[in-house]
Ligand binder design. Structure first.
Ligand code: NDP
Length: 493
């Protein structure tokens, strides 16, 4: 069985302990590869390699860093189909989604930050008649990047690319639940000629390998995307060590639909914003508020469209809904559906685990004998009749479960939307321009989409407010995060 390896000092290496964890295929529920169970010794080796590489990498002309990052981007693009299949097998997501969203975005992340490296600039301030101040932006040193399982290579590269572009050396950990594309990516970095030690990838458990990155004294900053509880722990550990922190955490995003919206576009996009990636995108809208005059029509049409989604083999091109990432996550999502029922929710659609075990898995390259789809599938689920402040509507489920609720006024829906501890993103559907701006100004979220969803421009600030995190990724903001400012004041003679 394939044993994934760590990438340290430019080489693919075994974990020091020689211990491995099982890596599951969510569609079959079977173990299909093994992951290094790395510990603080592997992290320390990665940090040493990164420290050694830093003087050369940080002083390299930005143009040379640009060329290397562009080569990495081109290699990801060359292997797009292969990587998309690997992502689908590892995560359970439809391959079509990985092929159109996840892997192309990893290509763009590297392209974007390769060019950003050569356009990054700093400021100068004249103290009139007395002096000129200029700001140096110097790479921090060795930094840690920790990413989750829902968009594995997409989010992994979203952190690594700006860190490398800024001149930092990186110790990174992908989620132990979805390590495969990070492993394949490490081979591409070797092929691209990335100097050894500039990027190090340590696989393993969050509580062991991840915690060792957070607490390592030589790591100057942590860029983390994951759950709010993990973010809290990281903030507690990192604060007394004065590490810079960027935390992208959970969400419970509102999708607010006014009666004057472009109905057909809203409906199609709302199906996507609710159930893409089995609802396992931090930006999915899981609380749908619909203005009363169109509530019943929306309910009927939404149920009809969602019923037509095909749940099935992630590798089959006709599949819309693949498998949930793990057994634990399946159980979590199902437990929230039970909670919704206890809270008085009416299940309008779905609500159950799907048994596809009579169907064969469509991967001709599978090493598993006669693989069956015995993995973790759940029906997309629509619930109504729940108050805005019940647990189902307040806690992050992170699955294909949405609630729908009518509203009458802007004030009312704003109070529902802003009632949660989270503030990551929101969507507003209206053709009324003034109302769109009014709502955008008053909604408590870091990102507001008007008449669209997941339309991303990589130059824009990305991140949440409240318990959805701190700091912003994207654009030059990420390069600023990975650099330290130093003001130099030169007195006029
Ligand atoms: P987790 O917080 O469980 O894990 C995220 C990463 O942190 C994983 O690599 C994990 O490793 C690691 N980790 C876990 N514990 C520690 C620790 N003590 N120290 C250091 N690292 C640790 O999140 P999930 O992977 O379950 O991801 C889902 C969450 O991510 C959701 O809440 C979702 O909203 C959020 N998210 C936020 C986004 C945003 O941009 N705001 C985007 C995408 C997701 P391992 O998996 O090996 O345990």
């Amino acid at each position: 069985m394939l044993k994934i390896e760590n990438y340290i000092g430019g080489n693919l290496v075994k974990p020091v302990s020689d211990n491995y964890l099982d890596n599951f295929n969510p569609a079959t529920g079977e173990v299909y590869s093994l992951i290094p169970d790395s510990d603080e010794r592997d992290v320390q080796a990665a940090v040493e390699a990164a420290k050694k590489a830093f003087p050369v990498w940080s002083k390299m002309p930005a143009e040379t860093r640009h060329d290397i990052l562009m080569r990495i981007s081109a290699l990801i693009e060359r292997d797009l189909d292969f990587l998309a299949e690997a992502e689908s097998i590892d995560n359970g997501k439809p391959k079509t989604l990985a092929k159109t969203v996840d892997i192309p975005r990893a290509v763009s992340n590297f392209k974007f930050y390769a060019t950003a490296a050569i356009h990054f600039a700093s400021e100068a301030h004249e103290t009139t008649g007395q002096a000129i101040n200029y700001t140096l932006r110097q790479p921090l040193g060795v930094v840690g990047c920790i990413s989750p399982w829902n968009l594995p290579l997409y989010l992994f590269s979203w952190k690594i690319a700006p860190a490398l572009a800024a001149g930092c050396c990186v110790v990174a950990k992908p989620s132990e639940i979805t390590p495969m594309t990070a492993y394949l990516f490490s081979k591409l970095c070797i092929e691209a000629g990335l100097p050894g030690g500039v990027l190090n990838i340590v696989h393993g458990l969050g509580t062991r390998a991840g915690a060792a990155i957070v607490t390592n004294k030589d790591i100057k900053a942590i860029s983390f995307t994951g759950g709010t509880a993990t973010g809290e722990w990281i903030a507690r550990e990192a604060a007394p060590k004065f590490k810079k922190l960027s935390l992208e955490l959970g969400g419970k995003n509102p999708n607010i639909i006014f009666a004057d919206c472009n109905y057909e576009e809203m409906l199609t996009t709302t199906v996507r914003s609710s159930f893409s990636n089995q609802g396992q995108i931090c930006l999915c809208g899981s609380r749908i508020f619909v203005e009363r005059p169109i509530y019943e029509k929306f309910k009927t049409d939404f149920i009809e469209k969602v019923s037509a989604l095909k749940i099935g083999d992630p590798l089959d091109d006709s599949t819309n809904i693949g498998a949930v990432v793990s057994r634990q996550h399946l159980e979590k999502v199902l437990s929230y559906i039970e909670l919704a029922k206890e809270e008085g929710g009416k299940i309008l659609l779905g609500g159950n685990r799907v048994d596809l075990s009579d169907n064969s898995y469509n991967n001709p390259k599978s090493k598993i004998q006669n693989p069956k789809l015995s993995g973790w599938f759940i029906e997309p689920t629509i619930i109504e009749n729940l108050p805005f402040d019940c647990r189902t509507n307040q806690e992050e489920i992170f699955g294909a479960v949405v609630t729908i609720q009518p509203f009458d006024t802007e004030e009312e829906v704003l109070s529902y939307a802003n009632s949660v501890r989270y503030g990551l993103s929101s969507t507003v559907w209206t053709e009324n321009l003034s109302r769109a701006h009014r709502m955008a100004e008053r909604i408590e979220s870091g990102i507001v989409w008007i008449n669209c969803w997941l339309l991303r421009d990589l130059r824009t600030p990305f991140g949440g407010i409240k318990d959805s995190g701190m700091g912003r990724e994207g654009g030059f903001e990420a390069l600023r995060f990975f650099t330290e400012e130093k003001n130099v004041c030169v007195k006029f003679s």
